[in-house]
Write a protein that binds this ligand. Structure first.
Ligand SMILES: [Zn+2]
Length: 279
């Protein structure tokens, strides 16, 4: 190659580099745009197609769900409805030691309505009447054990001194240890009320809990277990999926959903008797 040819070659080469470079810049920009849009569309696609693992994915289908629902009221002492904190503590420790899973209301509703359970040993711990000792005595025990309980809340009593307030309920619900279901507005015997008045008690307490705790309250607990044929209709009409009674027995997925039986825990009960409530 002579000198002139070399100059041409270099010139051509530089020009080519320049063109390629410019084109490269342009395509580089568009490529990076394309790349970023591909990445973002991939992200979107991944989000849209990746199946979100259901919390119930590992639950097993069974013919009949048998769910012992324990019924407590005040965690203190003084009468037949009050279970002392020491006994409650021993009973919760027993459940933990025996590997019972304490279901949330959402889980209990899912289990009963889908005939599915997370494991053989399940229990639903419920406390009626929303006494303040549920916060001071029961909540710390449940929290320490990583257990769960449901408090059946009397919405009209939220400003009464011995009962949990809305602020209490919010704080306890936020801990994930407690959920709150309805125990009506005034804790009246529903079977003595007209259908319209029953419906009002059930609807207003549900609305209060739904709005204040940002939930869809699925469970009503009849005060003193008092209910008549109209009560079930009113509970359904008010939007509840299940109702708790005070009639004894292990609840099952075959039980009338508006009359789930519960096992009453009484003060002074031996652990052996307590264990018998679960079977
Ligand atoms: Zn009650």
């Amino acid at each position: 190659m002579h000198f002139r040819g070399f100059k041409h070659f270099v010139g051509f080469g530089l020009l080519t580099l320049l063109i390629v470079g410019l084109a490269g810049c342009g395509s580089g920009t568009s490529n990076s745009k394309a790349a970023s849009s591909t990445v973002s569309s991939k992200k979107v696609t991944r989000k849209a197609t990746k199946p979100k693992k259901s919390p119930y994915a590992d639950w097993k289908t069974v013919k009949t769900v048998k769910l012992p629902i324990l019924m407590y009221h005040s965690i203190s002492s003084g009468n037949a409805l009050k279970v002392p904190a020491t006994e409650f503590k021993a009973e919760m420790a027993y459940l933990k030691q025996q590997h019972y899973r304490t279901l949330t209301t959402t889980e209990a509703v899912y289990a009963l309505s889908h005939h599915r359970i997370p494991q053989q040993k399940i229990v639903w711990v419920t406390l009626d009447d929303s006494y303040t000792d549920n916060k001071t005595a029961a909540w710390p025990i449940l929290k320490a054990n990583h257990q769960h309980a449901t408090i059946n809340f009397i919405t009209g009593f939220a400003t009464h001194p011995n009962h949990l307030s809305l602020a209490d309920a919010k704080k306890m619900a936020a801990s994930g240890v407690i959920d709150f279901q309805s125990h009506t507005v005034r804790h009246l015997d529903l079977n003595e009320l007209s259908y319209a008045d029953q419906l009002k008690e059930l609807t207003e307490s549900k609305r209060w809990l739904d709005q204040n705790l940002h939930q869809k309250t699925p469970v009503i607990c009849y005060p003193a277990g008092r209910a008549n044929a109209a009560t079930s209709r009113a509970a359904k009409k008010a939007g509840y999926k299940y109702a708790l009674s005070t009639a004894p027995g292990i609840a099952t997925s075959e039980t009338d959903p508006y009359n789930l039986t519960r096992q009453r825990v009484t003060p002074g009960m031996s652990l052996e008797t307590f264990a018998g409530l679960l079977k």
